[in-house]
Design a protein around this ligand. Sequence first.
Ligand SMILES: [Zn+2]
Length: 305
Amino acid sequence: MLRKCRVKCIIKLVQKRIFLAISNIEKWGEQMSEQKQHNVREIGRRGFTLIELLVTISIMATLMSMLLPSLNRAREAGQRVVCQSNMRQLSLAWYMYAYDNSDRLCSADTLWNNPGYNWVADGEVIAGNNIGGTEDAIENGVLWWPYAGRSTDLFKCKTDGSELLRSYAISRTMNGKLCNCGDDNINPFRSLNEITRPAEKMVITDASSQGLWIEGSFSPVVDIEAESPVWYVRVNPDPVISRIITARHGEGCNISLADLHCEYWKYSDRRTVKLADWQEMFPAEASPGNVDLKRMVRLLRGIGQ
Ligand SMILES: [Zn+2]
């Protein structure tokens, strides 16, 4: 009997201790919750400290610096596709003009000296020429209407950040000069049916100029028949570089070829990129053993070349 009473007392004692412990835990929880709410209110009242702000800004700056190059590359890739679309439409316009004119190619030149069939008509680089580089120069060419659907935008590359309204040139090989003469030794095709290996002959290319427009047809090699060809950069007497290859599309450019396909050409030689960016690279330095130059020579070969 006495043993039973002791057991009951012990059980009651244990129960009391457990209730006490639970109530303590509940009180502690309430205190913690109040403290937490107080902290939140406190932070809300005082805002960020300077260090917290600086850490946040530096994290954001680091993230931006990591993301920006890939964003720029993505934007350029989009613009490259738009440029190829422009080139494809202009190449189709170039082809349709010839188709409608007994296979005769429009002139790749931009001067007035062969009126009626220049692809664009800027005129000569002389004082008093107020048409060169304007929309009129594009609209007076034979491609703008009806073949290019009156779209001046087709003549401008999105990646070209210059003031020029036209970012493209046509290869001199495509009816680009009046005679098969001159130092560049290019024998131009005059009609569609003369073009041999059309998939290897350049028609339209990204080009650039420091002047008011890209002057003349495109021929960036001094002599394509030379044993060791050299890049050619047209420099006006001013002196202004008026026609040069570009590397505006990720160290390369877009070109269209006479079979009407367009392609992106990424240069293989760093010297080509430097020359195209008008950095400190002269044609004589950029030429020896340059594989891009060798390809350019192949793209410029005309009749019997
Ligand atoms: Zn382009």
